[in-house]
Design a protein around this ligand. Sequence first.
Ligand SMILES: Nc1nc2c(c(=O)[nH]1)N=C([C@H](O)[C@H](O)COP(=O)(O)OP(=O)(O)OP(=O)(O)O)CN2
Ligand code: ZN
Length: 150
Amino acid sequence: MMLQQIYPAANHPYQYELNKDLHFAAAHFVPAEEAGKCRLLHGHTYYANVTVAGDELDAAGFLVNFAVIKQLIHTRFDHSVLNDDTESFDDVNPDRFPTTEVVARTICEIVQKHLDGTANRPQCVQVYLRETPTSYCIYRPKRKAGSHVG
Ligand SMILES: Nc1nc2c(c(=O)[nH]1)N=C([C@H](O)[C@H](O)COP(=O)(O)OP(=O)(O)OP(=O)(O)O)CN2
Ligand SMILES: [Zn+2]
């Protein structure tokens, strides 16, 4: 069961906004000297809140099915070693190390890729990702020219 929590509001111009909480267990390491003990393989239960917004609903009256958001992320990352997911992460480029920041951005990108293929094309405007009881990151994609993100 998820802890019910109020998250920081995403700034966007849309009429509808939905939020999906989900969690997954995963191991990772951060291959940087600066990461200290986190250079060693260790695990977390990640708690994510994904925010999707838009003006148009689909044929079911959804912005996007909550279950689809969970399936996209949970199936991909639950009980995985993030560093082994070479489609999203690598151990050479810091912008692809599986840090909280990069994992949050990656979740947003995975969700947006799905949304871009839907008829109503809503936007993933925020991903809140908690890695430990004391550490979390919020990723908000920048507005793209010609879109309403942001
Ligand atoms: N900006 C970031 N800093 C750190 C990240 C990260 O992803 N982004 N990751 C780590 C470690 O992977 C670790 O899992 C989390 O670190 P930390 O919050 O320091 O964990 P602790 O439980 O030791 O923290 P307490 O303050 O004792 O609760 C490190 N930094
Ligand atoms: Zn960690």
